[in-house]
Design a protein. Structure first.
Length: 145
């Protein structure tokens, strides 16, 4: 049985990508919209994430999986950059290694600058990264950023 690779962009607008040979499947991180003062906020749907990984276990047998988790980084400038946002990013990111460990998965955490440098994307935007992925995996559904 061949090894399956799972890459996780852990943000609330992130995704889980599964590479099984040359076949790539992409799943949005399950989220919910919650009301808050002045609008809504996107939060993780923990039950949805749990169900996604159980579905992946049924399909791929997670015993043969290697997981790479992109490290989250807090923005230090711009709209919404404050202590509360930094705290929420840290909490949200910190849940991923714990959750994956609870499934018995070993996780390699990688900084965005590391994988971008290796793919010639350092200093480039998400669109450049998406185009690079589309060139590597032309049959994958990579319409989202």
């Amino acid at each position: 049985m061949s090894i399956v690779y799972i890459g996780i962009d852990p943000g609330a607008t992130g995704a889980v990508a599964v590479l099984n040979g040359k076949v790539v499947e992409v799943y949005d991180i399950p989220t919910l919209k919650t009301k808050r003062k002045g609008g809504t906020k996107t939060v993780f749907n923990h039950g949805g994430i749990f169900n996604l990984f159980h579905m992946l276990d049924d399909e791929y047998n997670l015993e043969n999986v290697s997981v790479c988790l992109e490290q989250s980084q807090v923005q230090v400038r711009g709209k919404g950059c404050n202590a509360y946002t930094g705290f929420r990013v840290g909490v949200s990111y910190g849940l991923w290694p714990l959750f994956l460990a609870s499934l018995g998965l070993s996780v390699e955490e990688v900084a965005p600058a590391v994988w971008k440098r290796r793919r010639g994307l350092l200093g480039k935007d998400k669109e450049a990264a998406r185009h690079k992925a589309m060139s590597l995996f032309p049959t994958a559904d990579l319409g989202r950023k």
